[in-house]
Write a protein that binds this ligand. Structure first.
Ligand code: ATP
Ligand code: MG
Length: 440
């Protein structure tokens, strides 16, 4: 059927950085006699006139995907091939573009990853999560003058218009319960409701314990998306509240809930994730997110949840310890006198804990944290450890002196290298006279 959308409109909706690559992929597809489709999320978002997060493309027939990707990608790009799934990802700086061959799939066991083999476009769409994602727009071959062809075997367009999130068959959630987490993300994001049969299929899957079969890694990947959706300006607390209301959280781990106290901090974290000045690769959005979510819960439950999501190592310890660390830091930060004291408190904290601390602090403390992060943390003291050693300091005294000089510098008590040196000379002199006295 006709989509009513032209090629130019589609291209202008794509992230500008992807355009050159999409054009080269179209040319490669044309040269090898294949059809190229925009598929799933981006089609849904174009029809809804919403921002597109990532560009998912489908090729029919679905063979030789990685070759095609390599031919189209510029030399600076990285092409990652996923042989088992017949897909490839092109990474160019911040841009990631997923390229798949049309596939069909069979589930060997509920909750496990499916067996996939080449299939038709319709078969590929039929294995998807919701009707609104089972959509494909043909962008090659395509005539610029006429509307693009839309393939919609499951009534996705009608569901988009009605605001219904609908699975494609009653066992869908049994086969892949992570779709329940996707539903909780998509429903608030798109302002949609679950269709009645979809809601009851979800209840059945939860009642039958389908969640139990899903690995922690897969659950965590879905959880990560709850927080990275904040990059689109979405509030991550909505998806988590949704999961709580649907009794999904307690199915993931008995006793797990969405505590009311977490809503405001997580909403604030979401805003911060979307701010360009915080959007860095210094932190993974889900880590402060999970820290804030779990902090109000009991320690034994927290530990079980972290295990259930296969969160391990130092990250797990940081998440588990966040509640206590926050209490300690907030008390000290409230009492800290001067920018040097704030720096001494915040300087050693992991960025992921820092943003969680920010998101759950009162306005006064938030101002202190922001001022430190934006101004003070990057300031360099005009004196180094080597300078101090030359002045006669040694051992742990060097580190202590550096810390005191840094504090004095940030407090404005000293302003330059001369003043810092004078201070250090004075300390070195006092130290020498103290140790001389001690020897006498
Ligand atoms: P976003 O805009 O957040 O990327 P998306 O719908 O594109 O949303 P992706 O995670 O990028 O989500 O997945 C791409 C497509 O793959 C989806 O549109 C959907 O059709 C399909 N898909 C993803 N996960 C599943 C799943 N668990 N089961 C079936 N289909 C899935
Ligand atoms: Mg996508």
């Amino acid at each position: 059927m006709s989509s009513g959308v032209g090629l130019a409109a589609v291209l202008s909706a794509l992230p500008p950085a992807s355009l050159g690559l999409v054009e080269r992929l179209r040319a490669e597809a044309r040269a090898s006699g294949k059809a190229l489709y925009l598929v799933g999320g981006p089609v849904r978002d174009i029809l809804l006139d919403r921002p597109i997060r990532d560009v998912d493309l489908l090729i029919v027939p679905g063979i030789g995907i990685a070759d095609l990707a390599r031919k189209a990608a510029p030399a600076s790009a990285r092409v990652v091939e996923y042989r088992r799934f017949g897909t490839a990802r092109i990474e160019m700086g911040e841009l990631e573009l997923d390229l798949a061959g049309a596939r069909k799939e069979v589930y060997s066991a509920p909750g496990a990853l499916p067996e996939v083999s080449p299939g038709s476009l319709e078969e590929d769409l039929m294995r998807r999560d919701f009707s609104i994602n089972a959509l494909a727009l043909e962008i090659e071959p395509a005539e610029s003058a006429s509307p693009l062809e839309l393939t919609d075997p499951c009534g996705g367009r009608a569901d988009l218009e009605a605001g219904h999130l609908r699975i494609l068959h009653p066992r869908s959630f049994h086969e892949d319960p992570t779709r329940i987490l996707r539903a909780a993300r998509l429903a608030p994001r798109l302002g949609m409701k679950l269709g009645r049969s979809t809601r009851s299929a979800m209840r059945d899957a939860l009642r039958d314990g389908a969640m139990g079969a899903v690995s922690g890694e897969r659950l965590r990947r879905e959880l990560e998306k709850v927080f990275s959706d904040a990059l689109l300006g979405l509030d991550p607390s909505l998806a988590l509240r949704q999961l709580g209301n649907w009794h999904v959280l307690s199915a993931l781990e008995p006793g797990l809930e969405w505590p009311k106290e977490a809503a405001t901090p997580v909403r604030r974290l979401g805003k911060l994730i979307a701010e360009p000045e915080w959007r860095s690769n210094r932190f993974r959005p889900w880590v402060p997110g999970v820290s804030l979510w779990l902090a109000p819960l009991g320690p034994a439950l927290r530990r079980r949840v972290v295990q259930r999501f296969a969160i391990r190592g130092e990250t797990a310890e940081r998440i588990l310890g966040f509640g206590a660390e926050r209490q300690r830091l907030q008390a000290r930060l409230a009492k800290a006198r001067g920018r040097g004291a704030v720096d001494a408190l915040l300087g050693g904290i992991h960025e992921e804990s820092l943003v969680a601390l920010f998101a759950s602090s009162e306005p006064l403390l938030r101002r202190r944290i922001v001022r430190w992060a934006a101004e003070d943390r990057a300031r360099r003291v005009p004196l180094s450890g080597d300078d101090l050693v030359e002045l006669g300091l040694e051992g742990p005294a060097v580190g202590r002196a550096l810390a005191r000089i840094r504090a004095a510098y940030l407090d404005g008590a000293i302003a330059n290298r001369e003043e810092a040196t004078a201070l250090a000379v004075e300390w070195a002199r006092r130290r020498a006279s103290r140790s001389a006295k001690a020897k006498r």
